[in-house]
Design a binder for this molecule. Structure first.
Ligand code: IVH
Length: 675
């Protein structure tokens, strides 16, 4: 019995480690979660019945252990140094030149390149293939023993496969994925707890918990990027091969790593990785370039606390500190009041930022942003800059409430038209109740109508719309088509030539396809995609205007909320009058109805792999499901389509083997009926 139990325990540990690896490292599970849970329960029961079989590297030990009082110190056998930074192309050129000089090498050097992960550095120690200790970087020479916490991270192997050396120290970065960070903050928010400013802080906070049961709940992950001390094994001759070897030992190694040659190769990689940055599931703050050949690394050695053979090329910071000079309230197209922080100008995310959205009143309260505060502003990609958090310790005289530092309150009347402001139950935004009689809403409606993705009237910017409305020349989008050159030429900063260009652009915007026109009308909750679906489904504006709730809900993605917004829009006599004038101006062209029925993909099974160019995985899944299809986790003979993006996993190869149809994102959208 004892022997049998021992064998089954070993078997279960092997199986669970394997499926854990498939799930957390390869992101490609082989068995359903329920089956994994069954294996885990069986192992837990056996270990409980036979305490003598318990082991610290058993997969059951990932749930956390009894809290510690303090972290023990760990001296690093090989120091954990930092990297010098490059902020410009010149810095990269200089780095490559120094490497050439140091090596006395002509011709292009080979570099191993990889993302600079924005997490925290750790070292993992394995003795005879068993995880025995892990530590933070600390001051580079001594770190903290966070072994119990590291054990809870599923991506970190507790036991290595056959062939692991007697002693191995692996270096890498602990991270929190963006989606796990968002989830963690959403939970904190719903409990009224403080949120983490970014995934890096969340990862650091989670790893430095004395109670590893807390860490276990936080979902951290890990990427290996190098080696500390190894005994009893000869390393392959290049960094790239070392990483491949670590991958075979089941360490998570990043899919974005490459080998490149020369400065051109480095800069090309930097640009390519930068373009992918927003889509990556984890945060990075640059690229790391390492001479690929270990012999060359050794020849160059170190200066002070950083290697000469490697450098971190940083992207412009996405977060900076600045001061809030005022908090204004803007009125949007639908009347929503948005508090906006006016900031002391600051260079962040590659541009100078002077305004940041504060979203809504609750958000300002929660973050407690006040005039005079020092704040972290974030601008990532093309996203509107936002205030992440304030630095309470920098609030001037924070114990005194001076007029400068009073808490923000939403005005009770619209700052533009003085109409009362309401906040509906279940809605975050407060709204001006004056509709299109509010000049701010009118202006925003016209700005939206003219915008690039709507009617695309070139040259009709915010400032011009403001003047046209303030001078009483236009009140609705329909009035645009009646403007004359003489009227426009009279405006500030306009002349005969620019005026006639604008009039020509307005005339040229006519005959837009119905989808754009629907989007241009600015119906609440109707974005570009819904507008496309509506246009395709109804074909003609009149058919859309006559549709009742049931007819509208025939369109995939249109639910009761969207249907209600559409009905309310067309029920408004003012809107109908404007549409009639736009009809007379021939602003749009009707088309053929091609009713989209929800469920035309019923019975079809899809599998997603790799990163799609625009759709997040969840979004792709939602669309397939909205069309009646099903999304499965693994490829089999029953799979109808595999949708593959960049860097597809083994599902792609499997699909090829089984002859399953492979689609790219565009083909998927076409199939769903969105193209
Ligand atoms: S290699 C000898 N590779 O950057 C230096 N570091 O400034 C070995 N980091 O503390 C570091 N991504 O936390 C290396 N792909 C990567 C990295 C990386 C992030 C961090 C690491 C280290 C810091 C050095």
């Amino acid at each position: 019995m004892r022997r049998e139990a021992q064998e089954r325990v070993a078997e279960l540990r092997r199986l669970i480690d394997y499926h854990n690896y498939r799930y957390y490292v390869l992101d490609n599970p082989e068995i359903p979660d329920a089956e994994y849970d069954r294996l885990m329960r069986e192992l837990q029961q056996l270990e409980a019945a036979h305490p003598e079989l318990a082991m610290s590297d058993s997969p059951t030990q990932r749930v956390g252990a009894t809290p510690l009082k303090v972290f023990a110190e760990v001296a690093h056998s090989v120091p954990m140094l930092s990297l010098n930074n490059a902020f410009s192309e010149e810095d990269v050129v200089a780095f490559d030149r120094r490497a050439h000089e140091g090596l006395g090498h002509d011709g292009e050097l080979e570099y191993a390149v990889e993302p600079k992960f924005d997490g925290l550095a750790i070292t993992l120690h394995y003795q005879n293939g068993h995880f025995v200790q892990g530590a933070t970087r600390g001051d580079g020479y001594t770190g903290e023993d966070v072994s119990a916490n590291l054990r809870t991270i599923h991506a970190i192997p507790l036991k290595l496969p056959e062939g692991a050396p007697p002693w191995l120290e692996v270096r890498g970065e602990v991270l929190m994925l963006k989606r796990d960070f968002d989830r963690l903050n959403a939970e904190a928010r719903s409990r009224g707890d403080k949120e983490f400013a970014n995934p890096r802080n969340a990862a650091a906070g989670s790893l430095r918990q004395l109670d590893s049961r807390v860490t276990a709940k936080r979902r951290l992950t890990f990427f290996a990027y190098g080696i500390g001390r190894v005994e009893g094994a000869t390393l392959p001759p290049s960094h790239g091969e070392v990483m491949d070897w670590l991958g075979r030992l089941r360490f998570p190694v990043c899919q974005e790593r490459r080998l490149v040659r020369g400065v051109q190769g480095l800069l090309h990689y930097f640009a390519e990785l930068g373009a992918k940055r927003e889509q990556l599931p984890y945060e990075i703050d640059g690229a790391v370039y390492k001479l690929n050949r270990l012999a060359e690394q050794e020849a160059l050695g170190f200066v002070a606390r950083a290697p000469r053979f490697a450098i971190a090329h940083k992207y412009p910071a996405q977060e900076e500190l600045t001061v809030v000079e005022a908090i204004d309230v803007q009125v949007g197209r639908t009347g929503a009041l948005t508090p906006v922080a006016r900031l002391k100008p600051v260079f962040v995310g590659g541009v100078t930022v002077t305004n940041a959205t504060l979203h809504n009143e609750d958000e300002v309260r929660r973050k407690d942003v006040r005039v005079g505060d020092t704040v972290i502003v974030r601008r990532a990609g093309d996203v509107i800059p936002e205030v992440v958090a304030i630095l309470p310790e920098r609030r001037p005289m924070r114990d005194l409430v001076t007029p400068l530092h009073e808490a923000f309150a939403m005005p009770t009347h619209c700052p533009e038209c003085a109409a009362p402001v309401v906040k509906l139950e279940g809605e975050a935004a407060a709204r001006c109740t004056n509709g299109l009689s509010c000049p701010a809403q009118r202006k925003q409606a016209i700005i939206h109508f003219a915008s690039r993705r709507a009617m695309d009237i070139e040259g009709l910017g915010d400032k011009l719309v403001e003047q046209l409305v303030d001078k009483g020349l236009i009140q609705t989008p329909a009035d645009l088509y009646a403007l004359t050159v003489a009227q426009v030429a009279d405006l500030e900063r306009m002349a005969e030539k620019s005026a006639s260009n604008l009039i020509a652009a307005i005339a040229g915007s006519r005959h837009k396809d119905l989808a754009r026109f629907i989007f241009a009308m600015g119906i609440r909750n109707v974005g570009e995609q819904t507008a496309k679906d509506l246009a395709r489904h109804f074909g003609q504006l009149d058919a859309l205007m006559q549709a009742d709730e049931a007819a509208l809900m025939q369109v995939p993605d249109v639910g009761p909320v969207v249907a209600e917004s559409i009905l309310a829009f067309f029920a408004e006599p003012h809107n109908r009058a404007v549409i009639e004038r736009l009809r007379a101006a021939e602003a749009w062209q009707d088309g053929e109805a091609q009713p989209i029925t929800a469920g035309h993909l019923a019975g079809k099974t899809f599998v997603l792999t790799g990163t799609l160019p625009t759709l997040a995985r969840e979004a792709a899944k939602a669309r397939i499901e909205a069309a009646g299809g099903k999304v499965a986790g693994s490829v089999s003979k029953k799979t109808d389509y595999v949708v593959a993006g960049a860097e597809p996993g083994s599902k792609y190869t499997k699909a090829q083997e089984l002859g399953v149809t492979i689609l790219d994102e565009a083909q998927l959208l076409e199939l769903i009926g969105e193209k």
